[in-house]
Ligand binder design. Structure first.
Ligand SMILES: NC(=O)c1ccc[n+]([C@@H]2O[C@H](COP(=O)([O-])OP(=O)(O)OC[C@H]3O[C@@H](n4cnc5c(N)ncnc54)[C@H](OP(=O)(O)O)[C@@H]3O)[C@@H](O)[C@H]2O)c1
Length: 335
């Protein structure tokens, strides 16, 4: 029987201290059966949902991890043995059996990645679930129109950096982001083409939004929740729209606003639309077409913070929660 090194959940974490809750272990790989293949993973994606799935209970939109069990999540790798005509040896594939060095994947749950369209890393970032989340939040959920003013929280992260850039490429007239620290803010302004970037750690977000968007925000793409969400409420245009993507600030300790703040939504007649990206699969071909075009033309900046080796998986996840990562966070598992 083949085995592989995997990241296991050693205990339930508290807050954003997740690295100490993870450990490496050896797990058995199932024998190949018809329709499956053995993949050597190259990169795995680090996502906030992984932190949510480390908690007990079924609070998240997928299954939660068990103590002692292996984590999983999006990964890309190369097929090294195959019992599926759909997954030839040597092909690069994306699947959900990451957080381990080798995985046995089923062809029904695996996508072949065309490296002519985008490099391997991008298939987990701009061309992956990250980019698709940004696209879903702007297009079918947010109904973005040309000429609109868009505000994105968590703009220096994976989804946020895509959401702001996609909005610009789709004709938004003012794209505003918020991020933590001068390095992220400069990157968003100078490389990703955001019109205004607010450093939420050093600036008053509510006041800054009033200055850079005096006529208000048409579409607010929220990755963060908490007080920044309320700051945006106060700056929405009448009949503005909010795409509620996530609330990563929920994992941090600190005070959270009260529901009484929702009165701002009433006063401005704002629509709030929460969404889960998997409900929009029918749009994936159009999304891949548009994003591969933007990558090819050099109009889209797709940057990742890459941690080396499976032993750094916990550091990568912790970096995502404490703001250390720029753009998409990935762990490199092999060349
Ligand atoms: N709805 C869906 O289907 C779906 C799918 C995928 C992801 N999501 C959600 O999308 C959001 C972004 O995901 P991602 O993959 O882009 O994660 P990410 O790369 O880690 O980006 C999140 C950003 O949030 C910022 N952040 C972290 N803690 C914060 C806090 N306490 N206050 C303010 N900002 C904080 C971080 O940077 P700085 O603090 O340094 O700015 C980071 O750049 C998450 O909420 C995730 O759950 C939703």
């Amino acid at each position: 029987m083949k085995q592989t090194t995997a990241v296991l959940l050693a205990k339930r974490p508290e807050g954003i201290k997740v690295a100490e809750a993870l450990t490496l272990g050896t797990i058995d790989l199932p024998e190949l059966t018809a329709g499956t293949a053995l993949v050597r993973n190259q990169y795995m994606s680090v996502d906030p949902s992984t932190r949510g799935r480390m908690d007990p209970g079924e609070k998240q939109y997928t299954t939660n991890f068990e103590i002692g069990g292996a984590l999983d999540g999006s990964a890309i790798g190369v097929v090294v043995e195959s019992a599926s005509d759909l997954l030839p040896v040597g092909s690069t594939v994306r699947h959900r059996m990451g957080w381990r060095e080798y995985a046995v994947v089923s062809d029904a749950a695996t996508t072949i990645c065309d490296l002519e369209k985008a490099p391997a890393m991008s298939w987990l970032a701009s061309m992956g679930q990250t980019g698709f989340t940004a696209y879903a939040g702007l297009v079918p959920v947010g109904h973005l129109q040309e000429g609109e003013t868009v505000f994105v929280t968590g703009a220096g992260g994976a989804v946020g950096s895509m959401a702001g850039q996609f909005a610009r490429l789709m004709g938004a007239s003012i794209v505003i982001g918020s991020a933590g620290g001068p390095e992220k803010c400069a990157w968003l302004r100078e490389e990703c083409g955001f019109d205004h970037v607010i450093d939420y750690r050093s600036e008053n977000v509510r006041e800054a939004l009033g200055t850079v968007a005096p006529d208000g925000i048409d579409l607010f793409f929220d990755n963060v929740g908490g007080w920044q969400m309320v700051d945006a409420f106060h700056n929405m245009r009448i009949h503005g729209r909010i795409s509620m993507c996530g609330a990563v600030s929920n994992f941090a300790s600190g005070d959270q606003p009260s529901l009484a703040e929702l009165i701002e939504i009433v006063l401005r007649r704002v629509s709030i639309h929460g969404f889960i990206v998997r409900d929009y699969e029918d749009l994936r071909p159009e999304f891949e077409e548009r994003v591969s075009g933007w990558l090819a033309s050099g109009e889209l900046v797709d940057r990742a913070t890459v941690y080396e080796g499976i032993g750094n998986a916990g550091a990568g996840l912790e970096g995502l929660l404490n703001g250390a990562n720029l753009g998409k966070a990935l762990i490199r598992l092999s060349e």
